[in-house]
Design a protein around this ligand. Sequence first.
Ligand code: BV8
Ligand code: ZN
Length: 244
Amino acid sequence: MAEQETEACIKELREKLWGARDVAVLTGAGISAESGVPTFRGEGGLWKQFRAVDLATPEAFSRDPKLVWEFYNWRRELVAPLSPNPGHFALAEIERRVPRFTLITQNIDGLHEKAGSRNIIELHGNLWRVRCTRCETVTEDRSIPLPELPACESCGSLLRPHVVWFGEILEPQVLNAAYDAIGGCDLMIVIGTSGTVQPAASMGVQAKRNGAAVAEINLEPTPYSDVYNISISGKSGEMLPQLL
Ligand code: BV8
Ligand code: ZN
């Protein structure tokens, strides 16, 4: 995208943003890329070295819980020292300035919270939370690494990452909160997601169908780019601060 075109798109989005009453944002792995968190499908993407079907599924976990915990312990060690980047911080600042703001994220790295965002909907769970496979107790545990087969403190059963795996449904109350935000917003910004994983991928078009203006910030075009009102090609860590 030519320089001046990006300039014009940023200007248009900035005007829409500061005139908006209710803003929803959807983020994917791309917003954490500049913090050093590998994305899923880009070069060096996570799933390149591992196949999602081998690791982020309930079948994989029941077949080989040690291997799946090895993968999540590796990600916990990788993400723990990383910091939010200017893109995360810009979203936290925008939240403080607009009347209503909801951040919907597919990411499980916890960097939005670390950057000061407050109204966060974690569609796919959180890397720092664990859930008991029997009594379903959810706790936050930041120890690195967790034991290779961590056990529930109250009932002794095997713990699993509190994340949504492929083939698993998103928690209904989480999904409803996301659809409420999408239904009520007059501006939605979709940032750093390849638009391949459902149901998150179609949330932008759903917002548009509900009458919102939708903007996208991504390094590359996505399946929904030409449906959105504004499509900005660039790094979220560089584009988002320009909205302030
Ligand atoms: C559901 C948590 C069904 C785990 C994740 C066949 C078999 C099984 C399931 C399916 C199937 N076919 C379809 C499905 C449904 C499946 C799905 O959509 N699969 C896809 C892959 C085809 N969906 C599900 O299974 C969901 N559940 O549908 O339930 C159901 C329904 C009813 C009743 C019962 C069951 C659950 C999906 C959740 C899976 N869990 N994560 C973990 O993280 O370990 S998904 C995982 O992918 C992450 O959450 C990640 O966020 C997400 C999406 O990826 P992106 O965020 O978009 O990241 P990606 O790398 O792809 O793209 C990065 C983008 O950023 C790129 O566009 C790049 O250009 C851009 N970028 C890079 N750098 C920057 C940048 N942009 C800006 N600035 C930069 N600097
Ligand atoms: Zn338990």
